[in-house]
Write a new protein. Structure first.
Length: 251
């Protein structure tokens, strides 16, 4: 019987983990790295769940405005919150530009690579020398889609997880964000930003596999691999070894 990836954590729509993926002769650990949408609707039951999962590090990829308007409800939990925004400035500025999702990702990996490295460094530093200890890590943004998707995908690819599995994990988000949730958000954003936008639906709720595939292809063309992308932007081989110890089962 397979372990479910998505969990019905009260107050979230896209909370799941990335255990059990193949990486050469190893697999990713269950119960070590989680990903989610925003944590501003968490209930007491949800906080109890996070405590039982031993989540001790939360990486918040949202910008200052998002955190101010929708603060995470983590009171009483023994967690370290690391604020590590992926976008420079407000994420809402991208909506006004009517940018495509593929172009948004290109902008992130070419202009904000240091932000991706910063977040992955936190994951890599979350274990002791053997990759255990210090509990689990939760990475999140607002929808748990783009910023979280890129950070988690690059972390998995850097430790050798099969590309097809990484892309499938990214694309899973689209199934987890119900129309009943996203339709009013899209309507409100169109009214606030660009009524005639042709890309906002995909920007807000889409996670098509081909967009991540194109982003990985871009990184490979420019750097040779995702691992090289990380080292070219300041991550050390030692930190990447630590990342593998944190995420992978011992072979």
């Amino acid at each position: 019987m397979s372990t479910p990836r998505r969990y019905p954590l009260p107050g979230t729509y896209n909370f799941r983990e990335v255990g059990g993926y193949h990486a050469g002769s190893s697999t990713t650990k269950w119960g070590k790295l989680y990903r989610s949408d925003a944590l501003n609707r968490l209930t007491d039951e949800a906080r109890d769940d996070l405590r039982q999962r031993d989540i001790r590090t939360v990486i918040d990829l949202r910008d200052d405005e998002e955190r101010r308007h929708n603060p995470s409800l983590l009171e009483g939990l023994p967690v370290r919150v690391v604020e590590s925004p992926i976008f420079s400035g407000s994420a809402s500025s991208f909506l006004a530009s009517d940018i495509t999702l593929a172009r948004l990702y290109e902008t992130v990996v070419t202009e904000n690579a240091d932000a991706i490295v910063r977040a992955i460094r936190v994951i890599a530093s979350s274990g002791d020398g053997d990759g255990d200890g210090d509990g689990a890590v939760l990475v999140h943004c607002t929808a748990g889609k783009d910023r979280t998707g890129l950070v988690v995908a690059f972390a998995l690819l850097a430790v050798g997880v099969d590309r097809q599995q990484v892309v499938a994990d990214y694309a899973m988000t689209q199934q987890n964000l119900p129309d009943s949730l996203m339709a009013p958000i899209i309507a409100r954003l169109k009214a606030m930003h660009v009524p005639d936008s042709t890309t906002i639906d995909e920007l807000v709720s889409g996670s098509p596999a081909h967009v991540l595939e194109e982003t990985i292809d871009l990184v490979v063309r420019q750097h040779g691999s995702v691992r090289a992308f990380l080292t070219d932007n300041g991550m050390t081989e030692g930190e990447l070894d630590d990342l593998a110890h944190v995420l992978l089962e011992r072979a």
